[in-house]
Write a protein of this length. Structure first.
Ligand SMILES: [Fe+3]
Lengths: 181, 247
């Protein structure tokens, strides 16, 4: 069967897709937690204020089964209740703010040493995949890339437990985006 | 001062790119008639990773992630929304036709007047206090989703002078793998705005573009209540099951 074509997420997903605590895979500041943050930039180097990022990763033990509860609903009033604070669901979603900035609170993935990322934006007709490596793991993807491109996938430590990862959609320093077939 | 960008110019670009269609299922990220794509598509080719692990698995959702009322966009406020009540239903499958079970489907749309309750939408059409235009549900054991809503209106946007979006419902769908993720838009049959819209026309293959248009299904219409539309969704991309089966 032929697949359903992709279309842009458009400018007005903001009241539909983001949810409370969407970027907090673990409560910020939990022992062992890391913060990963950065900007999304376009080909002119300007921040992209209407991008939506999704993250998917293994838990600290390397488990990739995932758990329900990322978009937990309040049964009383139907609002987003937020995660329960103890279950690691593996899935996060963050809209960039007006500065094109985003923040993810998570733990280091066990197993595959990266956080998978899916990028949506107004103006982007088909989402893009990339990966955040918290250190240069030297895995098959990283070693297949020339040094300058490889560096676009490795988050830069800023201070204890805080990493910087910018996504450049186009041009100089363009992030490596993946063809997953 | 630059010439205002006319529909004529955009339509000419659309025709040129349609004539050169590569028959692909998805739009090219570089599609100049949609002006916002200009600075937001990569110049370098995508890189096929030698190995993928996390991307072949994906997030899971459960009963705590949705409430039963989330799928009825006409019952989210004290009063009833204005507009033509419709139901939209279909199946989510992978490319082998296997149902995608228990996965999250999210929708969002303009109201009957073509207005979103978003601060940046300043189209001078009325907001409807009884319609927010967001819905969510989990697919059932057969991969089926269903929403009750109202038919959205067309709305103007600023891609070029006199640019209007055909009526559409935005869909976000999860497969069993992160690599199967899809965000797209569903259109209504016979909309006269189709040929003018660079977002729909970015899918340059005629057959592929037709897959974005729902079918009116009289069997799904409910007497004295609502009109029924059917729209099936086929997810692209590999999952762990595909890889295990050696595809
Ligand atoms: Fe829209």
């Amino acid at each position: 069967m032929r697949p359903t074509p992709s279309q842009t997420v458009g400018p007005f997903y903001g009241y539909a897709l983001p949810f409370r605590g969407g970027g907090d895979l673990v409560p910020p500041g939990r022992p062992g937690a890391v913060a990963v943050h950065g900007h999304v930039y376009d080909g002119a180097g300007d921040p992209v204020p209407d991008a939506l990022l999704e993250f998917w990763q293994a838990d600290e033990a390397g488990n990739l089964d995932g758990k329900p509860g990322s978009t937990r609903r309040d049964e009383v009033d139907g609002s987003f209740a937020g995660r329960d604070g103890v279950t690691f669901t593996g899935f996060a979603r963050v809209a960039t703010d007006l500065d094109g900035h985003w923040t993810l609170h998570t733990v280091r993935p066990g197993g595959p040493p990266y956080i998978a990322v899916c990028v949506f934006a107004r103006g982007l007709l088909h989402h893009l995949y990339t990966r955040v490596y918290l250190e240069d793991a030297g895995d098959a993807l990283l070693t297949s890339l020339p040094a300058d491109r490889r560096a676009t996938l490795v988050a830069a430590p800023e201070r204890d437990g805080v990493y910087r990862f910018d996504i450049r959609l186009q041009g100089e320093g363009e992030t490596v985006f993946l063809d997953l077939g | 001062m630059p010439e205002p960008l006319s529909q004529e110019t955009i339509s000419r670009e659309i025709a040129e790119l349609a004539a050169r269609s590569d028959g692909g299922d998805h739009p090219s990220r570089d599609y100049p008639p949609y002006r916002s794509s200009g600075l937001r598509h990569p110049h370098r080719p995508l890189v096929a990773p030698p190995e993928a692990y996390a991307e072949l698995r994906g997030p899971v959702f459960g009963v705590s992630d949705v409430t039963p009322l989330d799928a009825d966009l006409t019952r989210q406020h004290a009063g009833e929304p204005l507009g033509e009540r419709i139901t939209v239903t279909g199946r989510v499958t992978d490319r082998d036709g296997r149902p995608v079970r228990g996965q999250l489907v999210e929708v969002w749309q303009a109201n009957a007047s073509g207005r979103y309750p978003h601060l940046r939408d300043q189209h001078p059409a009325p907001l409807d206090p009884n319609f927010s235009g967001t819905g969510r549900c989990l697919t059932d054991a057969d991969g089926r989703y269903a929403f009750t809503t109202i038919k959205p209106g067309a709305y103007p946007w600023k891609n070029h002078v006199n640019a209007w979006r055909p009526a559409h419902i935005h869909f976000s769908v999860f497969g069993t793998a992160f690599a199967q993720r899809l965000v797209t838009q569903m259109y209504f049959p016979g909309d006269p705005l189709f040929p003018y819209d660079p977002i729909l026309q970015s899918v340059t293959d005629d057959k592929a573009r037709e897959r974005l248009v729902a079918a009116y299904d009289h069997e799904l219409s409910r007497p004295e209540w609502s009109l029924g539309y059917r729209w099936d969704i086929v997810l692209d991309g590999p999952s762990a099951t595909w890889m295990e089966e050696g595809r």
